[in-house]
Design a protein around this ligand. Structure first.
Ligand code: SAM
Length: 226
């Protein structure tokens, strides 16, 4: 996700969408996107739950350059108003209930000026890979790494298990729980928060979103006059 061919188009598109205004990143993390975006001259503020992530960000930029509010992106308030709020790298799925995900949209709307945009980057749920009766899929299998997802279809939850190993018999496991969201459900969340859909592409460079797309970049807009 740090590769220039991944990050470059994302930063280009976000800078274009911010226009002359300021941007707010929900779940800013270590500033993978925010630091180069701020480097392009866009004023960027962040909201982030994890203090250790912000400490990593602080090794790159100070609080005057990228201020961060520690809190939950569904509820925390950052000072000021913005032309762009963005939430990338599948992170809306870290909110584990539909109610929290809708609150996150409402919180984005709260921070935006009329005409402002909310951009969400999210994967498309891969339930077509889950045969009836099976609860897990392997989505990546490389030397030294296996990525395995376990599903609770009733709750619309998936836990991603990342196994990293070498030639020894020891493996490291990192697990992350998510609530997956269908594109149509995401659109409805946006509508509930007062947004209009503006665009959906398969990537940051503007590739067409099709039935085979594995991910999307969706742009929602607050009507210019409300
Ligand atoms: C996959 S990282 C993405 C970080 C950054 N946006 C990027 O693209 O590199 C997910 C981040 O979301 C943060 N996070 C998870 N749940 C959150 C919440 N409810 N509110 C704010 N941040 C949250 C995590 O602490 C972590 O820094």
């Amino acid at each position: 996700m740090f590769a220039p061919e991944v990050l470059g188009p994302a930063v280009d598109r976000l800078a274009e969408l911010a226009g002359q205004g300021a941007a707010l990143e929900f779940a800013i993390g270590t500033g993978r996107v925010a630091v180069p975006l701020a480097g392009r001259g866009v004023p960027v503020t962040g909201i982030e739950l994890s203090l250790p992530m912000v400490e990593q960000l602080r090794t790159k930029v100070d609080a005057a350059t990228i201020p961060v509010v520690i809190g939950d992106m569904a509820t925390a308030v950052a000072p000021g108003t913005y032309t762009l709020v963005y939430l990338v790298y599948n992170t809306i799925s870290n909110l584990l209930t539909q109610a929290e995900q809708v609150e996150c949209f409402r919180n984005a709307a709260r921070h935006l000026e009329p005409g402002g945009r909310f951009v969400v980057e999210l994967w498309v749920p891969e339930l077509r890979k889950l045969p009836p009766g099976q609860k897990a899929t392997v989505w990546q299998s490389d030397p030294g790494y296996i990525g395995l997802d376990t599903y609770d279809v009733l709750r619309q939850h998936v836990v991603s298990h990342h196994f990293r190993f070498d030639e020894t018999e020891q493996a490291q496991l990192f697990r992350s729980p998510h609530r997956y969201i269908w594109p149509a459900e995401l659109d409805l969340m946006a509508q509930l928060a007062g947004f209009e859909p503006e665009s959906r592409h398969a990537d940051w460079a503007g590739a067409a979103f099709t039935a085979e797309s594995r991910s999307h970049v969706s742009v929602y807009r607050i009507p210019p006059t409300r």
